[in-house]
Design a protein around this ligand. Structure first.
Ligand code: PNS
Length: 159
């Protein structure tokens, strides 16, 4: 049983995330998508909202499970029998930070990291850019799932 984790903030989940999750689901027996609970960082969507969005979007995959975690990712991995982390790499700019985390996670608990090159269609995409563009009325359709698009619109209308 090969169980991997796709960890992240997912505030909100983008089509780039969905691409990585679905490709990981094709390679491994089980993919746990783990949403980081970070009380110090201001987010647009609550953890519950992000978990619900991810559940809806991945409902068609029998081997994808959505969870949440706080503290160290390696502790979540140990507690859930996960031996590897899957991370998408968009560009060289991602490499330094991702490499550092991967090496530290291996040093801490022998948790491996598998890098998946992002689909070039989404290599410029990030949750923060999506939020910024949507906030100023830009068009983010095609960059996030339809359901996220609706929730982005209603959340930003409230602000
Ligand atoms: O979507 P993000 O914000 O790029 O995801 C970053 C994440 C959640 C993978 C990373 O911040 C993380 O693993 N945080 C948990 C705390 C932790 O384990 N820190 C040490 C990393 S070596």
């Amino acid at each position: 049983m090969q169980r991997v984790v796709c960890p992240g903030s997912f505030d909100p989940v983008t089509n780039g995330h969905v691409d990585i999750i679905s490709r990981a689901a094709g390679l491994y027996d089980e993919v746990v998508v783990a949403v980081l609970i970070n009380i110090t960082k201001r987010s647009l969507f609550t953890v519950d909202e992000r978990v619900a969005m991810l559940r809806e979007i991945t409902s068609g995959y029998g081997n994808v499970r959505i969870d949440r975690f706080h503290g160290l990712l390696v502790d979540f991995c140990t507690a859930n029998g996960i031996t590897a982390v899957v991370r998408g790499l968009r560009a060289v700019s991602d490499y330094e930070y991702e490499m550092q985390m991967a090496q530290m996670n291996y040093r801490l608990a022998k948790v491996e990291t598998l890098f998946m090159s992002s689909n070039p269609l989404y290599s410029f995409l990030s949750s923060s850019l999506v939020k910024e563009i949507a906030k100023y009325g830009g068009d983010v359709s095609g960059l996030v799932p339809e359901s996220v698009l609706e929730q982005l619109r209603s959340r930003l209308a409230e602000e």
